[in-house]
Design a protein around this ligand. Structure first.
Ligand SMILES: NC(=O)C1=CN([C@@H]2O[C@H](COP(=O)(O)OP(=O)(O)OC[C@H]3O[C@@H](n4cnc5c(N)ncnc54)[C@H](OP(=O)(O)O)[C@@H]3O)[C@@H](O)[C@H]2O)C=CC1
Ligand SMILES: O=C1OC[C@@H](O)[C@H](O)[C@H]1O
Length: 327
């Protein structure tokens, strides 16, 4: 089907730039409009990517009849209200991670998407990356046998130029929701839902988690170790240990630049070749959403509502254990 899908971008921050740039690689996708809190920022963004329509409010973007689907890239605490706004206007939505702040919000978003009969998906881009797909293939073929342990680390010291949202409690800051989510996503993709969870955080003075360490245990004996931090810049790597070998996802394991390494003995590692296309890596999820819209599909068969619900359940559970609260 050759129907053009008209994208809108809601929010003009860092990741919105990369996403808009990557849409130029996606067949049958055009960026039709952008919406910002200010007309100046919307106009500047539109000029950079030759976007025909720019709006000085999110409401105006959501109401734009020339838009089919909206990519939401605002701070975490706004995902819920921004998504509901777009769904109310019968726009499809691809909303950045974390989908929302808790299960209640995610459920309300899903219910409204179903009621309005429009597409909705969490923008967990790693799910669509070639190296992650290859990882799933290797695991499904039993290449490393039975997995006994997954270790996932994600951390960096935010630069002075980093967005304020990373550490601002009022914007949903902290490592768990921002980067710890990738650790959880990876472990769920390898071992599934845990039977037990332990967790601890280093709490910053403003209440956010500056570090978070979590342990997942499984009734079959498998376990996982998940660590996220803003206190140190560390290798953003993941290791998967199995009865017949190991897999390492190199720095940054959530991005397309990560290499997939395979070892039979835990000493010698060989790279598994993966086909990578030009761009930042957002084209894969954007192409999937574009395809879903062309086909009239309302829920992604790859990043499903159940996947997002399980993810938010894990975030909620860890937050409950460590008493991490947001208003
Ligand atoms: N998938 C990925 O690889 C990545 C995903 N993300 C996710 O994307 C989202 C945005 O992250 P990022 O682009 O880094 O964030 P930025 O702070 O750079 O951008 C956020 C944008 O949201 C809008 N906004 C609305 N209200 C506020 C507010 N009160 N304070 C600040 N900004 C506001 C602004 O756009 P405007 O002024 O135009 O309204 C702002 O530019 C987050 O949910 C994050 O988790 C982030 C990085 C990578
Ligand atoms: O999704 C993300 O990936 C990269 C990080 O630097 C960023 O803070 C986070 O939002």
């Amino acid at each position: 089907m050759s129907q053009l899908i008209r994208w809108g971008i809601l929010g003009t921050g860092r990741i919105a730039h990369k996403f808009a740039s990557d849409l130029s690689h996606v067949p049958f996708a055009i960026v039709a409009a952008v919406g910002s809190r200010t007309k100046e920022a919307a106009d500047a963004f539109a000029a950079t990517y030759a976007i025909p329509r720019s709006h000085g409010s999110y409401e105006a973007l959501a109401a734009d009849p020339e838009v089919d689907v909206i990519y939401i890239s605002t701070p975490h605490v706004l995902h819920y209200e921004n998504t509901l706004l777009c769904l109310q206007h019968k726009k499809g939505v691809l909303c950045e991670k974390p989908f929302a702040m808790n299960r209640r919000q995610v459920t309300t978003m899903i219910d409204l998407a179903r009621k309005q009969e429009v597409f909705l998906m969490e923008a967990l881009w790693t799910r669509f990356l070639p190296h992650y797909q290859k990882l799933q293939e290797l695991l499904a073929h039993g290449t490393i046998g039975e997995v006994s342990c997954v270790q996932a680390n994600f951390g960096f010291r935010p630069a002075d130029t980093a967005p304020i949202r990373l550490t601002d409690h009022a914007l949903g800051g902290g490592t768990l929701l921002d980067i710890g989510i990738y650790n959880i996503f990876l472990v769920l993709g390898v071992l599934g839902k845990p039977d037990g969870i332990t967790a601890a955080i280093t709490r910053a003075a403003n209440g956010i988690d500056e570090q978070c360490i979590a342990g997942f245990t499984y009734n079959n004996g498998a376990m996982a170790q998940l660590y996220s931090t803003f206190s140190a810049t560390i290798p953003i790597e993941a290791n998967i240990f199995g009865s017949k070998g190991n897999i390492k996802l190199t720095n940054r394991f959530n991005e397309p630049s990560s290499r997939l390494l395979l070892s039979a003995d835990g000493i010698q590692y060989e790279e598994v070749p993966v086909l990578e296309l030009p761009g930042w890596g957002y084209r894969y999820e954007a192409a999937h959403v574009t395809h879903c819209l062309q086909q009239g599909i309302k829920e992604s068969p790859i990043m499903t509502f159940d996947d997002s619900l399980l993810l938010i359940d894990m975030l909620d559970k860890i937050r409950e254990i460590v008493q991490l609260e947001y208003r």
